[in-house]
Design a protein around this ligand. Structure first.
Ligand code: MN
Length: 516
C-alpha cells in the first residue's frame, strides 16, 4: 500500500461515517388542504408553510434540511407526492401538516403506497386566537384542530405507524420533538444501508449475540457479511513504519501517555492494527464491524485502541461477533451525531451491592468508545488474561455523571425486541487504580433490583449500546418506524405490569405476523 493512501481520521464526532454524506438527505414537509376555500386561502397556506419551514431550518439544529414540497389539495396531488417521496433518494422521511381541513378519503391512495417514515405535525400557524378580530375567514385558515383529527383518523384506520407531535411550531419543546424524530429518521435510513463486516465468527456458544441474519436484513435492511481474519491481516501487514509513527504521534497529542511505552512493541502493533482495520473497512465499504478474541490468527493482539477510535468516528462495533449490537451502535451513533454526550458499545460487567445504593459497573475488556469519556483518556498497555495473545493497547477513562440509557436488541425467534433502560451515571465512590479498562458506574431506574429483574425477564443481553446523547424518546420513535417491539424500563416500571406486557406482546406480535 502506498503511504499517501492512508488518510488520517478526523476526530470531530459530528463528522461520523454516515454524516459525511448528510447533505444529500432531506425530510420532506407536505401541507394538506383542499380546494373548498378558494385560491386566496391556498396561497396563504403556501406562504405560511414557507415561513414555518424556513423558521425550523433556521434553528440549525439538524444536520439535514427540511424541504417543503408545497400544498396538496387533491387525491391526485397527494398520490403523486407520496410516489415521489418513495422514489426520491434524498427524501428519508415525510412531515405532514394539515393547515386546513383535508378530507382524508383523498389521502387513502397516497398513504397506501407511502413507504417513508411519517411524522404528523399537529400544529397551527397562528399561536393565539385574535379575540377582537377573529371571524370565519380566520377560522377557515386555521383549522388544524379538526383537520389534523381527520388525517389522524385515516392513519389509525390504516394502521400506519407514525409519530404525532402536538404543539406550536415556535415552541422549543415542540421543535425538539420534531428534531428528535428527524435525527431518528437519519439513523433509520443509515441502518437500512449498513454493512456489518463480521471479522471472525461468534464467541463459541454465546446465544444472545446470535440471531437470524436473513430476518434482520428483511426487517432492518442491514447486511452482515463474514470475513476471515486473514482478510484483515493482509491489510495490517501492508502498513508502513512511517504511517505507524505518524499515528503514534497523534496518540501522543490526544491522550495521556507514559512515554516509557512509546517504543513498546504492543503500541506499534496497535497503531498498525488501527491503520490496517481502517483500510479494510473502507475497502469492504462497511460502517460497522465485529471482532472476537477467539479468531485472531495472524494477529498478535486483540484490537483495542483501534476499535475505540473507530467507534469515536461513528463506526458501529460489537465484540465477540455481536453483529446486532454493531448495527445498532452504528444507527444510534448516526442518530446522535451532533448531540451532546457520546454513545458506546457497553457490557454490564460487575455489580456493587450496597442496598439502595447498589450500582452496575459497565465496561468491556478494551472496547469502550471515548466519545463518552469524562476526561482526556489515558493510553495504556496491560495484559489481557484471556485469548492468549500479546498485551493490547487501550484507552482508559471514566464517564461523567448524569442521565444515560442502555439499549439491547435481541432476536426472539419470531421477532426482534428492543429493550431500553434509563440509568443514572454516578461518579465512582473511590478510585479504581488497578482497573485497566474504561469504565462507567450507573444506577438503573426505577431501582437496581427491579431494573435488572425486568431486564432479565425481557431477555436483555449483556452487551448493550450505552448513550448519554439519546433519550428513551429516540428509541421509541425508532422502534415505531421499524415496527418492532420495545420494552422500556424506566422510573415507572414495576414487575407485574411488565410481565403482563411481555405476555400480551406475545399475542400482539403473533397476530401481527399475519399482516400483509
Ligand atoms: Mn463481551
Amino acid at each position: 500500500m502506498k503511504e499517501n493512501m492512508v488518510k488520517m481520521p478526523t476526530m470531530d464526532n459530528k463528522k461520523d461515517v454516515f454524516l459525511r454524506k448528510a447533505n444529500d438527505f432531506e425530510v420532506w414537509w407536505v401541507t394538506g388542504s383542499q380546494h373548498l376555500y378558494g385560491t386566496e386561502v391556498l396561497n396563504n397556506v403556501a406562504e405560511h408553510t414557507q415561513t414555518m419551514v424556513s423558521f425550523l431550518n433556521g434553528q440549525k439544529k439538524l444536520p439535514i434540511k427540511i424541504f417543503s414540497t408545497g400544498v396538496v389539495a387533491s387525491g391526485e396531488e397527494i398520490h403523486q407526492i407520496c410516489e415521489k417521496a418513495n422514489s426520491s433518494k434524498k427524501c428519508i422521511g415525510v412531515i405532514f401538516w394539515m393547515h386546513t381541513f383535508s378530507p382524508a378519503k383523498m389521502w387513502i391512495r397516497g398513504l397506501k403506497v407511502l413507504q417513508k417514515p411519517i411524522l404528523h405535525f399537529h400544529t397551527q400557524f397562528n399561536a393565539k386566537i385574535p379575540w377582537e378580530t377573529i371571524n370565519m375567514d380566520f377560522m377557515n385558515e386555521n383549522q388544524s384542530a379538526h383537520g389534523g383529527r381527520e388525517f389522524g383518523f385515516m392513519m389509525s384506520r390504516m394502521k400506519k405507524n407514525r409519530k404525532i407531535v402536538v404543539g406550536h411550531w415556535k415552541d422549543s419543546k415542540t421543535q425538539d420533538k420534531l428534531f428528535d424524530w428527524c435525527n431518528v429518521v437519519i439513523g433509520y435510513h443509515a441502518l437500512k444501508y449498513t454493512k456489518v463486516a463480521r471479522i471472525g465468527d461468534n464467541m463459541r456458544e454465546v446465544a444472545v449475540t446470535e440471531g437470524d441474519k436473513v430476518a434482520a436484513q428483511l426487517k432492518f435492511g442491514f447486511t452482515v457479511e463474514g470475513y476471515g481474519i486473514g482478510d484483515l491481516v493482509a491489510h495490517i501487514n501492508e502498513i508502513s513504519n512511517k504511517d505507524i509513527q505518524r499515528l503514534i504521534d497523534r496518540y501522543q497529542q490526544e491522550y495521556h501517555f507514559d512515554t516509557a511505552i512509546l517504543k513498546h512493541a504492543s503500541l506499534i502493533e496497535a497503531a498498525k492494527i488501527e491503520l490496517g482495520l481502517r483500510q479494510f473497512l473502507k475497502e469492504v465499504n462497511a460502517t460497522a464491524f465485529t471482532t472476537t478474541f477467539e479468531n485472531l490468527h495472524g494477529m498478535n493482539q486483540l484490537p483495542g485502541i483501534a476499535v475505540q477510535r473507530l467507534m469515536k468516528e461513528g463506526y458501529g462495533f460489537g465484540a465477540e461477533g455481536d453483529w446486532k449490537t454493531a448495527a445498532l451502535l452504528y444507527t444510534l451513533k448516526t442518530m446522535s451525531a451532533g448531540l451532546e454526550g457520546g454513545t458506546s458499545f457497553m457490557e454490564d460487567y460487575t455489580y456493587h451491592f450496597d442496598s439502595d445504593q447498589s450500582l452496575v459497573l459497565g465496561s468491556h475488556m478494551l472496547e469502550i468508545c471515548p466519545s463518552i469519556a469524562a476526561n482526556k483518556p489515558s493510553c495504556e498497555i496491560h495484559p489481557l488474561p484471556i485469548g492468549g495473545k500479546a498485551d493490547p493497547a487501550r484507552l482508559v477513562f471514566d464517564v461523567s455523571e448524569g442521565a444515560a440509557i442502555n439499549i439491547s436488541l435481541i432476536d426472539l425467534g419470531n421477532r426482534f425486541r428492543m429493550i431500553c433502560n434509563e440509568v443514572e451515571v454516578v461518579n465512582p465512590p473511590q478510585d479504581l487504580p488497578k482497573l485497566p479498562t474504561a469504565r462507567t458506574l450507573w444506577k438503573p431506574k426505577p431501582n437496581f433490583e427491579t431494573a435488572i429483574e425486568a431486564w432479565i425477564y425481557a431477555g436483555g443481553a449483556h452487551h448493550t449500546v450505552f448513550s448519554k446523547a439519546l433519550k428513551t424518546a429516540h428509541i421509541f420513535d425508532l422502534c415505531e418506524i421499524l415496527d418492532i417491539e420495545l420494552v422500556v424500563i424506566d422510573k415507572m416500571t414495576s414487575l407485574l405490569p411488565l410481565k403482563n406486557q411481555l405476555r400480551t406482546n406475545e399475542v400482539f406480535y403473533y397476530m401481527n405476523s399475519f399482516k400483509a
